[in-house]
Design a protein. Structure first.
Length: 168
């Protein structure tokens, strides 16, 4: 792996580039696994939609468009394909007739669980080759990075986009 260090090089930038390099390696590994995995084939963009919707339990289409930074029409086509597979469902928003709510179906959650299980298996192979103290440090660092990423404005929903949690 290329090392991005040099005189006057900022350590935080070095960590950011290392994390980016790891993300790139993971992208390649995930893509290879996805292409060799069992059907149905779900594109990276479709998986991204499913991850976000699953994380939020359900989400307004407008909020999903804002988070992904794409156009509503392109996102609508992605959701159409996921709905045809039975992985997501659309329903009217309870407080706005102009809004649509997206949620992952049980079949979609099952598919995500299989994807995550396959990814876990691939990562376990690499992690088992690391010394325990490095795994512990990595776990602590990843927990901090995950929280920092979740706190980023691009991944956070504004209050008006958050749906009330059903009480029963």
């Amino acid at each position: 792996m290329t090392e991005y260090t040099g005189p006057g090089f900022e350590p935080v930038l070095a960590v950011a580039r290392q994390a980016g390099g790891i993300a790139e390696l993971l992208d390649v590994m995930w893509e290879h696994d996805r292409n060799n995995g069992p059907p149905p084939y779900v594109s990276v963009s479709q998986l991204r939609v499913m991850y976000i919707v699953d994380r939020e339990t359900e989400i307004r289409m407008r909020a999903l468009t804002r988070i992904l930074g794409g156009s509503l029409s392109a996102l609508s086509r992605l959701v159409d394909r996921l709905q045809a597979l039975g992985f997501v469902e659309r329903r009217p928003c309870p407080d706005s007739r102009r809004e649509i709510i997206i949620r992952v179906t049980p079949a979609g959650r099952e598919h995500l669980a299989r994807v995550r299980e396959r990814r876990d298996h691939l990562l376990l192979q690499a992690l088992r080759s690391m010394p325990g103290h490095q795994r512990a440090a990595l776990a602590e660092g990843f927990a901090g990075l995950q929280q920092a990423l979740v706190d980023q404005p691009t991944l956070s929903l504004v209050a008006e986009e958050v749906l009330p949690v059903p009480t029963s």
